[in-house]
Write a protein that binds this ligand. Structure first.
Ligand code: 4AD
Ligand code: MG
Length: 466
């Protein structure tokens, strides 16, 4: 049987004689007659108060080891607590110290430390209240996402991480090879002196996926409604608060969906998972509202209670152009809107989430469906306060001739994409999908302002520790 967690003990319907609690000591204070330790095992935000009698030789000998950070196992009686704010306390009878902790050297002290410092000890920061709460919310959010799709008839699929197709066509793929790069001389070369990937493990040049979309399309055109939930990788050197080189993406893809259906799904999805996490993690969310982002609850109500504004790119330009003096990058029709413009639209103008759609084809991905105007495509981005782009998606170009022409115009190697074109050759249907950045959703729900702090071990330019 599984060991009982502190969460289970605190939720116990009645006192438990002969209970055992295991965890790490957060703090300890002593009075003449007793010592009190706060014990936390990560199962919930709350710690269990453990009471040790003083004057008992066995306890007194152990007391110097019962310090912040020490890992202990305590047997005793779980009794109603006389102290305010806690239902139970554990009256210790025996203590086992699993691992002591040198309080002088332990980097996680009770006093407030900076996020920057905690990133340098990312292996220990999950022991802090904030990062443990973040990781519990992350887990619940992942489950909420799966529940949402399961309840709505989607099939969960797994798309490859090694891939030869650059789904975004943006050249941000990390290369992956089985060649030993430390021995350059041993790497096979072609006659022109280039690396001969035909001799590599896959017999061709591959990279780490930037998106599961293309393979997702193939699966949606067989199963109807699918979603992926996996890691994706971008070799862009973006050192910002909202970019990681490795991040998780949720990508639903739906046969017979058009752009409006895609937008409706994205809106419902974001609202539903937000409400679900609020309901499942009230205590952890309260911690974020109290210590991380005072406006968190208002921000979240802004997401769950408003209808997301549908805004065509051309209309966005009409709003932005007159206030161009505010922006570093001046807006005119055809410009790819930057984060500053997106945030102005959501935070200043509409003051609620915006779904920006129908952007110019010049600033759009090759696979987005061309509108009848010949200038814009059926792409959409969901923009939210503080973060900007949370979701990117589109209705896909399902006409073989139009897609081939577009790929040729972009000088793409069409021969590499024949399987993708087959989806348009054989039983093509309108279809659409989107990608939601999991870490950005975490930033939204927790109010944590840097993507480095919503993932246990971030991968960002210049940093791949642990
Ligand atoms: O807008 P993106 O690039 O869209 C795609 O990859 C499509 N193939 C998705 C699809 O239609 N199936 O990325 C989707 C989302 C962004 O809106 C953003 O939330 C997140 O992924 N994202 C990142 N998150 C963290 N770090 C990065 N470097 C990110 N790049 C994109
Ligand atoms: Mg995008």
């Amino acid at each position: 049987m599984a060991l009982i967690s502190i969460k289970q003990l605190l939720n116990s319907p009645a006192p438990v004689p002969g209970a055992v609690a295991r965890g790490w000591i957060k703090t300890r204070r002593d009075s003449k007659a007793m010592s009190f330790a706060e014990l936390n095992d990560g199962s919930c935000r709350e710690s269990l108060q453990v009471v040790f009698p003083r004057g008992d030789a066995a306890f007194d000998a152990l007391l110097p080891q019962l310090v912040t950070g020490a890992a202990v196992e305590i047997a005793g009686d779980l009794v109603a607590s006389p102290a305010a704010g806690q239902k139970y306390e554990l009256q210790a009878k025996t203590v086992k110290v699993h691992g002591g902790c040198d309080a002088e050297k332990y980097p996680i002290q009770k006093k407030k430390t900076s996020d920057e410092f905690l990133r340098t000890v990312a292996h220990l920061r999950p022991r802090t209240n904030k990062y443990a709460a973040m990781l519990r919310v992350r887990s619940e959010l992942a489950f909420s996402i799966h529940s949402y799709f399961r309840a709505n008839g989607f099939t969960y699929v797994h798309t490859p991480i090694f891939t030869a197709s650059d789904a975004e066509g943006a050249g941000q793929m990390f290369a992956a090879t089985a060649f030993d790069l430390t021995k350059l001389a041993g790497i096979p070369k072609t006659e022109n002196g280039e690396i001969d990937f035909s001799k590599d493990l896959f017999g061709k040049k591959v990279g780490l996926t930037v998106s599961g979309q293309m393979e997702g399309e193939a699966l949606a055109l067989a199963l109807g409604k699918i979603y992926t939930f996996g890691p994706t990788f971008r070799a862009e050197n973006s050192n910002t608060y909202r970019h990681c080189a490795e991040f998780w993406q949720i990508e639903p893809e739906m046969a017979f969906y058009e752009l409006a259906d895609d937008m409706a799904l994205a809106e419902d999805f974001i609202k539903t998972i937000t409400k679900d996490v609020l309901q499942k993690c009230p205590s952890d969310i309260e911690l974020f509202a109290k210590y991380v982002e005072p406006a968190l609850m208002d921000n979240l109500r802004n997401i769950t209670e408003n209808t997301f504004e549908r805004l065509q790119y051309t209309d966005a330009v009409k709003i932005l152009e007159p206030v161009n003096d505010r922006f570093e990058l001046k807006v005119k029709w055809g410009v790819d809107l930057a984060s500053e413009h997106e945030r102005f639209l959501v935070e200043q103008h509409f003051k609620k989430p915006v779904i920006l759609y129908n952007k110019p084809k010049e600033v759009a991905s090759f696979y987005m469906k061309l509108n009848d105007d010949g200038r814009t495509v059926r792409g959409m981005d969901v923009l939210v306060p503080r973060i900007g782009e949370l979701v990117g998606g589109s209705e896909r170009e399902n006409r073989l001739d139009v897609l081939e022409k577009r790929m040729n115009d972009l000088k793409m190697k069409v021969e590499d994409y024949q399987w993708f074109l087959d989806l348009r050759r054989f039983g093509s249907v309108p279809h659409a999908g989107f990608g939601l950045g999991f870490e950005r959703m975490m930033m939204l729900i927790t109010g944590i302002s840097n993507i480095r702090d919503v993932t246990a071990f971030p991968r960002v330019p210049g940093y791949a520790e642990f």
